[in-house]
Design a protein around this ligand. Structure first.
Ligand SMILES: Cc1cc2nc3c(=O)[nH]c(=O)nc-3n(C[C@H](O)[C@H](O)[C@H](O)COP(=O)(O)O)c2cc1C
Ligand code: SF4
Length: 444
């Protein structure tokens, strides 16, 4: 499936497109200039609503509808561009900024105009130091050209954009924790409601959108709703920049229309290029670490929000991780849950304690090869006590790897239990070599 024109990775092949003048020569900033001069903010909101653009940060919520939640007549309003991008397997936001920072800045500026906001922040993961500098340079060029600042292009519209670097915590990608962090507090989620559109940054109406979401807006305004909707599917219009990683020959970011089958992304010579060494696909995680796992049986699932949900998973951030038959399911669950444990902000007990115990038991099983028979019910018990009880989606996400592993590959856990039974010191309750292991019980 070939794209005649990239929407997100726009002007991908133009040398020096990250230069303000080169971007301008290729039609850049034109949608913004035209919008400021010829369209009202409400008209831009209507276009984005009609385009069916869905948020690319994970939930796929329709962007125009989110913008419509802003209470009428309440100012100031803020726009926050979420570039925390910390989900394992997700790396497209970073590349959009590296390749074409002006496209994002134009998207932020256009969206700010649409929601009548005069101060926008791009919240960046602290480690993205080079990308932050790239963005700051590009923003400075836009100020110099009169596209940002006061009375922009003589239209009376004012806008300032700031880059804010976080300290490198996955939870700061969660929208309410992001706002806490931006306000200078500890990055921990806030209770919702109120939702950010009503009371967000500094208690004011706030829209938070992902980098990829905002990078779509200039093209929608420039080329129109019908053109945009001619890509993708009815309910998932447009294209998605899939971050493909794992045991494929050609990992990378590939922009494709929604609805392309998983198989094409993985096997096409232009994209994934097939599995390394021709080994079979075992686990597919289609939406970043927090998505339930799929298997080789799902290779023909179309990559759009509805089809992936119908297959029992979620498209999430569009990070497709593909693993072959050399990996063991308990090991994958252990590595994923180790990430969630490390990133748990500690605010609520089910996540703070649950991730700790999951990792503790999984480490013994996956890394030491020792398991007691009660370990399997214990793992089920821990994730069941977490599911639905965590304060935010980070804790709920930590349930997915272990639940997927136990549901899809129970025999791999049972094999460790069986091997431990036959091992003289391998009963899972301490063998003197690894130090004592505190016995766990499935019941409270
Ligand atoms: C733990 C956690 C981490 C998240 N990290 C990100 C992130 O790095 N980038 C992002 O855009 N959204 C992230 N999200 C989703 C945001 O909370 C929010 O839904 C999103 O930025 C909204 O943008 P969109 O409507 O354009 O998708 C995260 C959510 C959770 C629960
Ligand atoms: S679920 Fe985890 S990350 Fe979210 S508030 Fe609770 S402890 Fe913090």
């Amino acid at each position: 499936m070939d794209l005649s024109e990239h929407i997100i990775m726009r002007e991908l092949d133009v040398p020096d497109i990250n230069d303000f003048e080169v971007y301008r020569r290729h039609g850049g900033w034109e949608a913004y200039r035209m919008a400021l001069k010829e369209k009202t903010p409400a008209e831009i909101v209507a276009m984005v609503k009609e385009s069916g653009l869905r948020g690319r940060g994970g939930a796929g919520f329709p962007t125009g509808i989110k913008w419509g939640f802003l209470p009428k007549g309440v100012y100031p309003r803020y726009l926050l561009c979420n570039c925390d991008e910390s989900e394992p397997g997700t790396f497209n936001n970073h590349q959009i900024i590296d390749r074409n920072p002006h496209q994002l800045i134009e998207g932020v500026a256009l969206s700010a105009y649409a929601i009548e906001c005069h101060t926008a922040y791009i919240y960046m993961r602290g480690e993205f130091a080079a990308a932050a500098i790239t963005l700051e340079r590009a923003i400075a060029a836009a100020y110099r050209a009169g596209f940002l600042g006061r009375n922009i292009l003589g239209t009376g519209f004012d806008l300032d954009i700031y880059v804010h670097r976080g300290a490198g915590a996955y939870i700061c990608g969660e929208e309410t924790a992001l706002m806490e962090s931006l306000e200078g507090k500890i990055g921990q989620p806030r209770l919702k409601p109120p939702f950010p559109a009503v009371a967000g940054l500094y208690g004011k109406p706030t829209i938070i959108n992902n980098v990829e979401t905002l990078a779509n807006v200039p093209r929608i305004v420039e080329k129109g709703v019908a053109w945009y909707r001619s890509h993708g599917t009815e309910k998932s219009p447009g294209t998605k920049c899939f971050s493909l990683s794992g045991h494929v020959n050609r990992p990378g970011n590939y922009e494709l229309p929604f609805g392309v089958p998983l198989r094409e992304l993985i096997e096409s010579p232009e994209y994934g290029g097939g599995m390394r060494g021709g080994r079979p696909v075992k686990i597919i995680i289609p939406g970043g670490a927090s998505a339930p796992w799929l298997t080789h049986e799902h290779l023909d699932v179309p990559l759009d929000y509805e089809s992936v949900a119908a297959a029992g998973s979620m498209l999430g951030s569009g990070a497709v991780i593909v693993l072959n038959d050399t990996v063991k399911a308990p090991h994958v669950a252990y590595k994923m849950d180790e990430f969630f444990k490390h990133e748990s902000c500690g605010k609520c007990t089910p996540c703070r304690e649950g991730t700790h115990w999951l990792v503790r038991v999984l480490h013994r099983i996956a890394e030491e090869g020792r398991a007691a028979p009660e370990d399997i019910p214990t793992l089920h018990s821990i994730y069941n006590q977490m599911a639905g009880n965590c304060f935010c989606l980070l804790g709920e996400s930590a349930v997915m790897p272990i639940k997927s592993a136990l549901t899809l590959f129970p025999e791999e856990f049972e094999a460790v239990v069986a091997a431990s039974r036959h091992h003289p010191h391998g009963n899972g309750h301490g063998d003197g070599r690894h130090g004592p292991v505190i016995p766990l019980t499935a019941k409270r």
